[in-house]
Design a protein around this ligand. Structure first.
Ligand SMILES: O=C[C@H](O)[C@@H](O)CC(=O)C(=O)O
Ligand SMILES: [Zn+2]
Length: 277
């Protein structure tokens, strides 16, 4: 399991491209047949993925790093399938999870297993996990049952729909807040005007991108911005002090997950456009 330590704005100022990518970019999550995990000390997020081929893949704890016997011993998890149909079994109960559907699994569930409906055309499960102190019910959420918000306009190249899966007015969790944003064709910008949220950090996963497409992901303090060039199915860690926005070479979809000391989606500090540097 890969480990990322927390970073601060002062040292981030001096990072070059490679330094920024080493700290913030997660570019190795999707490997057929493997469970891949990255542990970040930013709000103790775990970002991971599983592409089950012939054999199902079990969500196993890395005992050394997590210090637990099973993955959800002290954690909760939100899982979204970004590929073809698959199944997730949680302590014996099987859930069918289609493309862009989400499953929340709470604290204390011992066995979580990923399986593809067609191993030749496997499911692609992406997940975020954070520490938890209480069990909330396992729940499946799809685009129809999610809370949705239409934002932006074609004249600003940012017309998109935000779907909230795990949040205060929907599927309950201890601290994980998770959803997905779909950009309309011809729209390339997300989250501009941008924001920070001092009480929460965030992880983005960009996907549904063409092979040679890129997203210029913007990060850093509002008056000290940097960018990371990101490709399909890559994730990026956004500490609480960093903006998180992006512009692509075509439209794309991204999963966002937040964690911290509150779950108020709108508890964010909007950055006035005149303050961006
Ligand atoms: O704190 C909220 C997150 O940054 C995202 O939900 C923003 C987003 O999906 C968007 O504007 O498109
Ligand atoms: Zn945010």
């Amino acid at each position: 399991m890969e480990i990322r330590y927390a970073t601060n704005p002062a040292s981030t100022k001096s990072y070059d491209t490679e330094g920024l990518r080493k700290e913030y970019l997660i570019d190795n999550l999707f490997v057929p047949g493997e469970l891949k995990l990255t542990y970040s000390h930013v709000d103790r997020f775990i970002a991971g993925a599983a592409i089950p081929t012939k054999e199902p893949i079990k969500l196993e704890a890395d005992k050394h790093t997590m210090g637990s016997d099973y993955f959800l011993e002290r954690r909760e998890i939100g899982i979204i399938n970004i590929g073809p149909k698959g199944f997730i079994t949680v302590d014996g109960t099987e859930y069918e999870i289609n493309n862009k559907e989400c499953l929340y699994v709470g604290l204390g569930n011992k066995e979580v297993v990923f399986r593809s409906a067609d191993p030749a055309n496997p499911a692609r499960f992406y997940f975020n996990s954070t520490p938890a102190h209480k069990n909330y019910p396992t729940e499946k959420i799809d685009l129809d049952s999610a809370e949705s918000q239409h934002l932006g306009s074609i004249t600003n190249s940012n017309e998109r729909t935000i779907y909230r899966f795990i949040h205060l007015n929907g599927t309950k969790s201890c601290q994980l807040v998770m959803g997905m944003t779909l950009l309309k064709p011809g729209n390339m910008w997300n989250t501009m005007p941008c924001h920070t949220h001092n009480r929460r950090s965030e992880i983005y996963l960009y996907f549904d991108m063409p092979e040679d497409g890129v997203v210029f992901h913007l990060m850093g303090e509002p008056n000290e911005t940097r960018h990371l060039v990101m490709r399909n199915e890559q994730a990026v860690i956004s500490p609480s002090w960093s903006i998180h926005s992006g512009v692509g070479t075509s439209n794309y979809t991204f999963i966002w997950a937040m964690a911290g000391e509150n779950q108020e989606f709108h508890d964010m500090d909007a950055v006035p456009m005149k303050d961006l540097k």
